[in-house]
Design a protein around this ligand. Structure first.
Ligand code: GLN
Ligand code: ZN
Length: 755
């Protein structure tokens, strides 16, 4: 039995790569200095993996910007606009990824999108109808030499040809991407041949699309690909992850590959079928350590679960993380401020390697003193976790009844009460919540965090900002105001910091894209709200005006999805607990005189499972968690929700079931195309389709917005329509926001006059 690694985070335990990249982009260090930082990181990470007993060290998991982009460059499949003069080099990657680099001409960056159901964003390859592939960039080969120079063996880990095509987009013309497969396979064969010449034995080809429900042409592509690559001189480990591939059991087990990796964390149940069907001279790689979460593994339970497979297969079995450790923070050792009882529950990437060697110990000799100690430690950890439960939260969840999820009356009745109370004009104007987070605001927060200014000064200064934000909205003529969210650094962290059962690390960063990292909160215990979280800011803002000020909250599904959540209870239960905490806040806001409350759910769609057949179950509990958070109020309280980047075609029934009085969505880029789902569904509640694209610095004209609102009005009855930007304005400047909103108000007034 061997220990395998599918990939390690490249960012560094102190985000060294991030800082080096950003310095390089600013011209503060040379490319050679950047490369030095990169090779130091690779060396450290390889050493850690080797120390844990990994024999074949991953190469290709390191990337200056994104590993899919490195592969596109290797295959000579990058857009012409980014090529520049000479050969593809590091700067070419940056031009593709961010539209600019210290050398070469700027050109619009390539599109970036989420990698399957993770929070990692890859650069979408652009393929033309006459696309050709050949080997054009040497990073993989250089890194293989680096590994060899350190005295180790390299295992390239790259995206497989079929997933590469699947994730790419076609440009210049619409065509079937699969027509490019034969020439792509020629390039892959050449690549594998080069690897072989460098002495490589194993190559890991990732085909995460196997976790999806594939149409027959894509299934056929899998068969064709691995039959063709069978001629290559290297051994292929076909890696799947993020979900079960049991629905492709026959397809996959018929492939002539030397090894198969299974994600047994998201889909432990698939082991039985594969253990039976995969013949014993094929390596089975058991992905049992969670590559996507931060909790320590239950090694004793795992060892029991896989021991018979391990013993039956002898040499042809590997134990591994479920997927690349890319999605996991780097090193728990550097966390000095975590509560010890929380720290013992955690394992980051480096600790997960240790877990693998401990698991090997348990499997090799369960009776050894070392194995006994590991088992004892697992038991202790379990015991500590059980003690930490919050019975009052558990009881409250258990006592929930159907009526707790429903508003007092149906929407039409509520709408009448609300219209009577707020007397809003046709096309009420509102914004999504945040206003510009100026350098002054960020400076204030950082001085407060460092203890350079007192809490009182901080609050007082933020109140000034809030007051200014209210005054500007009044001058602009907005109908439903917001306080501006100046006090929030991040819409999840802000609530996480105030909730019981949620914790924070100092360095638990995970790469999101390029040099960007996120530090998700840890939901480690039963979640509750010890005291009001937003009421003071909301009531302060409301005290400044007669017009309604909207209370602003992050919804339970989004808080859950953007955190590292515990795994000892279901996501459904966690969402319910958070839903109750948000519900308490909603009720407190109402009782403090805030009559309009928005519960943001921008991550609602992201949470959808990879397989359509699993969607309904997710939608059921996610909708319920939202409804629970919203349903504690009277008919007169108007509940808004907000979602962005959302496609609603297949989820519109669930969106309607959320029963928010008003939903604001992002529609300006699609020029109201996204509204079609609402139109076809006869969506009954009120909608604010975004008319101002806040991702662009451009200021939309009055005419543009009139056209958009008119378009919306042809799809949705005008009584149901609101007017608002696509999303929050925190990333924009006041110089952009003020004229844009002025035009938005003018456009709305023009339409009100017409009607
Ligand atoms: N209320 C948040 C804001 O305005 C919503 C952000 C989001 O949708 N991502 O910033
Ligand atoms: Zn948004």
């Amino acid at each position: 039995m061997q220990i395998a690694s599918l990939g390690f985070p490249r960012i560094g335990r102190h985000r060294e790569l991030k800082f080096a990249l950003e310095k390089y982009w600013r011209g503060e260090i040379t490319q050679a200095e950047l490369s030095d930082v990169a090779s130091d990181l690779r060396r450290t990470h390889w050493q850690w993996q080797a120390d844990a007993g990994v024999e074949f060290l991953p190469v290709g998991d390191f990337a200056y910007y994104d590993q899919v982009l490195t592969l596109s460059a290797t295959l000579n499949a990058i857009p012409d606009r980014h090529r520049g003069e000479g050969q593809i080099d590091i700067d070419t990657l940056f031009r593709v990824g961010r539209g600019r680099a210290p050398s070469g001409t700027n050109a619009p960056a390539a599109e970036m999108t989420k990698y399957f159901n993770t929070n990692y964003h890859y650069i979408v390859p652009e393929l033309k109808p006459e696309q050709t592939f050949d080997i054009a960039y040497n990073q993989f080969f250089d890194e293989i030499e680096e590994v060899k120079a350190l005295g180790f063996k390299a295992k390239p880990v790259i995206l497989g040809p079929v997933s590469f095509l699947y994730l790419a987009k076609t440009v210049e013309a619409e065509f079937d991407k699969l027509t490019l497969l034969p020439s792509l396979l020629t390039a892959y064969t050449a690549l594998l041949t080069c690897f072989n010449e460098q002495g490589v034995e194993w190559v890991q080809l990732d085909e995460p699309i196997l976790a999806l429900e594939l149409t027959s042409d894509w299934q056929q592509a899998i068969t064709d690909t691995y039959q063709a690559l069978d001629a290559a001189p290297t051994k292929t480990l076909l890696a799947s992850y993020y979900g079960s591939i049991e629905h492709h059991l026959d397809l996959v087990t018929d492939l002539p590959v030397a090894g198969l990796h299974l994600d047994l964390v998201t889909a432990p149940e698939q082991l039985a079928a594969f253990a039976e069907k995969v013949n014993t001279d094929t390596v089975l790689s058991l992905g049992v350590i969670n590559g996507r979460n931060v909790w320590a593994a239950e090694l004793d339970t795992l060892a029991k679960r896989i021991s018979s497979v391990v013993h039956d297969r002898q040499d042809n079995v590997w134990i591994a993380p479920s997927c690349s450790l890319l999605h996991s923070p780097v090193d728990l050792e550097v966390e000095t401020e975590l509560a010890p009882e929380l720290k013992t529950q955690l394992a980051f990437a480096k600790q997960k390697l240790t877990e693998l060697s401990q698991l090997k110990t348990l499997l090799d000799d369960r009776q050894s003193p070392l194995a006994e100690a590991i088992v004892a430690h697992c038991a202790l950890r379990r015991h500590a976790r059980a003690k930490a439960a919050d019975q009052s939260v558990i009881d409250r969840v258990a006592a929930l009844a159907q009526q707790d999820y429903e508003r007092q009356n149906e929407f039409v009745k509520r709408q009448a009460v609300q219209q009577d109370k707020y007397r809003l004009p046709l096309f009420p104007i509102t914004t999504i919540g945040s206003f510009p987070q100026t350098p002054a605001i960020r400076g204030l927060r950082s001085r407060w965090r460092k203890g350079e200014i007192t809490e009182a000064t901080y609050t007082e200064q933020l109140q000034q900002v809030t007051k200014d934000t209210i005054e500007r909205q009044l001058k602009l003529g907005i109908d439903v105001l917001v306080h501006g969210e100046a006090e929030r650094n991040d819409m999840v962290e802000y609530f996480g910091e105030q909730l019981e059962g949620v914790g924070f690390t100092q360095f638990g960063w995970v790469q999101s894209y390029g040099s960007r990292c996120v530090k998700p909160p840890l939901i480690y215990g039963d979640v509750s709200r010890p005291k009001a979280m937003t009421v003071e800011w909301a009531t302060y803002a409301q005290s400044l005006t007669e017009k309604p000020v909207k209370g602003m909250l992050t919804g339970p599904v989004t808080i859950l999805h953007w955190s590292f959540a515990r795994e000892d209870i279901s996501r459904d239960e966690i969402a319910t607990q958070i839903g109750l905490a948000i519900r308490d806040e909603v009720v407190d806001l109402q009782n403090a005189g805030i009559g309009i409350i928005q519960i943001d759910e921008p991550a609602f769609r992201e949470g959808l499972p990879l397989k359509k057949s699993d969607w309904q179950h997710y939608l059921d509990w996610a909708v319920n968690a939202f409804k629970l958070s919203a349903a504690g109020v009277t008919d007169a309280t108007q509940i808004h929700t907000h979602m962005c980047y959302s496609e609603f075609n297949e989820t519109i029934a669930a969106i309607a079931a959320m029963d928010a009085d008003v939903i604001t969505i992002e529609t300006s880029r699609s020029r109201m195309g996204l509204l079609k789902a609402f139109e076809d569904f006869n969506y009954p509640n009120e909608i604010g389709p975004g008319v101002y694209d806040i991702h662009s610095p451009n200021i939309p004209s009055v005419d543009e917005m009139v056209t958009l609102i008119e378009k919306a009005a042809r799809k949705i009855p005008v009584r149901q329509l609101w007017v608002n930007p696509d999303c929050g304005l925190k990333t924009r400047t006041w110089d952009e926001v003020e004229p844009a909103l002025r035009n938005l108000v003018t456009a709305t007034k023009e339409l009100r006059r017409k009607l």
